[in-house]
Design a protein around this ligand. Structure first.
Ligand SMILES: [Zn+2]
Length: 384
């Protein structure tokens, strides 16, 4: 998962640590709820400033603990020879951006379970320190008690066997080991993710109606997050099955619309876009491919300038257009579309455009594949 709206904090063990802006909000929310409700309910008689100081420090140390949890996943992955690009902390914890999928069930198991184990160990450590410092200054005891509770909670919550939580990945590894099928394992773990997500939403709604408004809203929100992440994993894995072994050439649109570079934007709108809307037009002069112009490019040109602006002035020039050859694997095409966040890829064969790859085109291939499975893909009776 790549989030936008993040900033980099620095590097730890070669891994870039990024923070999503939602973390600033949650940092303030946790400090506020510690200072204004949890601490005063447990420790009476402090000054307002003391409650706030402990609240802010507690929130900052929670941040460090979540970072340690995430770092443990990353270090275990690195130890097993995988590349970890970054850790991003956002409102519900963190995500590590680990390159490629696990190669084996065992690897998936250990990289996943080390996180919750780390949190539980941190919780136990703070618990021991709390037992020793309980009779000391109240502020330190309060911090230790809070960090114990919150780390144990993070450990237990993440062990829930529901994808995309760590426990769901552990479950996936176990099913993978048992059935020898990563696809089936993903299906099982993401289904339990959806069930747990809907369960949390239901429980949250119950809390909302029984005077626990804030807890209820949080549960609905977390439930919704887990359920949507689980169902998108399920969709992706179904997509991967169909996509694997195919090339972009099989999924591209060969009848792509073309316009000349000397056309005005107004003519492009009148004669092409308003007649049969296409998201993108290849700009071609004679036999040479000059660039690509999209509906988004056109929208940027103010109404009054559309009559005097040429397509060539607005298009993405051919040298900057992202292209792939027709024999490239379809997986790569989808990855480029997703990573660059673009809607189409130009497919080039020996210097000339031969097609456009769009997500809609890939979806069509998937629909056809469901009707006409290729040999070896269906579980039905084989052809003789
Ligand atoms: Zn984790």
């Amino acid at each position: 998962m790549t989030l936008s709206g993040t900033f980099a904090l620095g590097r730890l063990f070669g891994v870039v640590v990024r923070i999503h802006f939602s973390w600033l909000f949650i940092f303030a929310l946790i400090a506020w709820s510690l200072a204004s409700s949890w601490l005063p309910s447990q420790y009476v008689g402090w000054s307002r400033g003391q409650y706030w100081a402990v609240g802010v420090i507690g929130s900052a140390l929670l941040f460090v603990c979540v970072l340690i949890h995430e770092l443990s996943h990353s270090l275990e992955a690195i130890r097993r020879g995988r590349k970890v690009r970054s850790i991003t902390l956002f409102f519900l914890g963190g995500v590590s951006e680990i390159e490629d999928e696990s190669k084996s069930a065992g690897e998936e198991f250990w990289v996943s379970i080390v996180g919750p184990l780390t949190s539980l160990a941190l919780g136990a450590l703070f618990g021991l320190m709390y037992l020793n410092f309980r009779s000391g200054p109240g502020q330190i005891a309060a911090l230790l008690q809070y960090l114990m509770v919150v780390n144990l909670a993070i450990g237990v919550f993440n062990l829930l066997p529901a994808f995309p939580l760590d426990g769901g990945r552990v479950l996936r590894a176990l099913v993978w080991r048992a059935t020898d099928s990563q696809e089936r394992a993903t299906r099982v773990a993401s289904l339990t993710g959806s069930v747990l997500g809907f369960g949390l939403i239901g429980l949250g709604i119950y809390f909302v109606f029984t005077n626990n408004l804030v807890t209820g809203i949080w549960m609905v929100f977390i439930g919704w997050f887990i359920q949507s992440a689980a169902s998108s994993v399920r969709r992706d894995s179904a997509e991967r099955v169909v996509v694997s072994g195919r090339t972009v050439g099989e999924a591209m649109d060969e009848s792509f619309p073309q316009v000349p570079p000397g056309m005005t934007i107004q003519t492009l709108i009148d004669e092409h876009i308003s007649r049969g809307f296409e998201r993108a037009y290849l700009v071609v002069l004679g036999d040479t491919f000059q660039g690509l112009i999209t509906a988004t490019d056109v929208r940027k040109i103010p109404m009054e300038r559309r009559d005097s602006t040429w397509v060539s002035a607005v298009m993405t020039k051919s040298e900057n257009v992202i292209t792939l050859p027709p024999e490239a694997p379809l997986e790569e095409g989808l990855r480029v579309l997703a990573q660059r966040n673009i809607h189409q890829l130009v497919i080039m064969d020996s210097g000339a455009p031969v097609g456009l790859l769009t997500r809609a085109g890939v979806l069509r291939v998937m629909e056809v594949a469901e009707l006409l499975p290729r040999e070896g893909e269906s579980e039905g009776p084989g052809r003789s």
